[in-house]
Ligand binder design. Structure first.
Ligand code: PMP
Length: 314
């Protein structure tokens, strides 16, 4: 549980008085009419600082989707929400890895699906691994649910209600003994995981579904493509890919803020990925990524926002 909550411009003890007053009869909760984000901050013990990863990119995506897709009247800028988050983290005095959850939602009460009034909240909790607890790779299935299309409920929006679909996929996977699920689109092409993008390696090239494949345009996805091209010299390809591509992949992994880089070792228990252990390119990508997000490698310091005063940065 968070200790504090930033709510419409002020920091309160969690849960704040406005939450109690509102109760549960509001549209953001009842219908999932909301846009949310997931942002990570990493604690670097040597530098004694907490680094928030690509915070401005997250808030820009959130506000663009809140206005562009949901037609919300958002009363804050990306810079204001960035500042609000840093203030909240400083007040929480976190010295550990943290997951930050901003949410813009309709706070209108009552029955009926339209509304005008939005609230913005930000909370942050200590957080380590997502799926990779006590293991270094995942067993996944292709879910029987097909990904919602961008013309229906756009996955690129990170809309609250869309995650009921992620729940269906993940629940199906867990009930059948898998760690997580991969969505195909209605036309059979590969989309993404229940809460992460997907990438694979084939003959030394890195592949991922494109934005027409009903995906969230992940910030981790973009980061990894950039690092793969510039630091690892890999050829990177985006497109619409049939499911055969992942069955024949040499390496396969989920990527996302929460998931980070989660290697996948089998699909539907019948297909081993590569030789079943974490592949060499995935290992390299993990190394480059974690060195950057923890601030050990300062070559991309533009992606890191320090929460505390900077003392001894190299
Ligand atoms: N797809 C979905 C459905 C997600 O929920 C997430 C996690 N936010 C991602 C992809 C990865 O996006 P990002 O790298 O921006 O966290």
């Amino acid at each position: 549980m968070p200790r504090l909550e930033w709510h419409d411009g002020k920091i309160y003890k969690y849960p704040c008085p406005a939450d109690r007053k509102m109760g549960l009869f509001f549209k953001g909760f009842m219908y999932g009419i909301s846009i949310f984000e997931g942002i990570r901050a990493y604690w670097n013990p040597e530098l004694e600082n907490l680094f928030v990863f690509r915070i401005r990119d997250h808030f820009e995506r959130m506000i663009n989707n809140a206005i562009g897709i949901m037609k919300f009247d958002v009363p804050y800028t990306a810079d204001e929400l960035t500042e609000a988050t840093l203030k909240l983290l400083r007040k929480e005095k976190y010295r550990t890895n943290v997951y930050i959850r901003p949410l813009i939602f309709l706070n209108d009460m009552g029955v009926g699906v339209d509304g005008n009034s939005v609230s913005v909240i930000i909370v942050a909790v200590p957080f380590e691994k997502y799926n990779l607890k006590n293991k270094d790779s995942l067993s996944v299935c292709l879910t029987t649910w097909r990904r919602a299309d961008n013309s229906m409920l756009p996955p690129r929006g990170k809309i609250g209600g869309l995650y009921a679909q992620s729940h269906l996929a993940k629940k199906e996977a867990r009930l059948a003994g898998y760690d997580d699920a991969i969505f195909l689109n209605a036309n059979g092409t590969i989309s993404e995981g229940s809460a992460a993008n997907i990438m694979w390696v084939k003959n030394g090239k890195l592949y991922t579904p494109d934005t027409d494949s009903n995906i969230l345009e992940g910030i981790t996805r973009k980061t990894i493509f950039e690092l793969a091209t510039n630091e690892l010299g890999l050829e990177t390809l985006e497109g619409e890919w049939s499911s055969g591509w992942i069955y024949s992949a040499d390496e396969l992994f989920f990527c996302g803020t929460g998931a980070e880089i989660e290697p996948i070792s089998s699909i539907n228990k019948t297909h081993a990925v590569g030789n079943g252990s974490v592949g060499p390119i995935t290992l390299k990508i993990q190394k480059v990524y974690f060195d950057i997000v923890y601030g050990r490698d300062r070559s991309h310091s533009e992606w890191l926002t320090p929460v505390y005063p900077v003392r001894n940065l190299r």
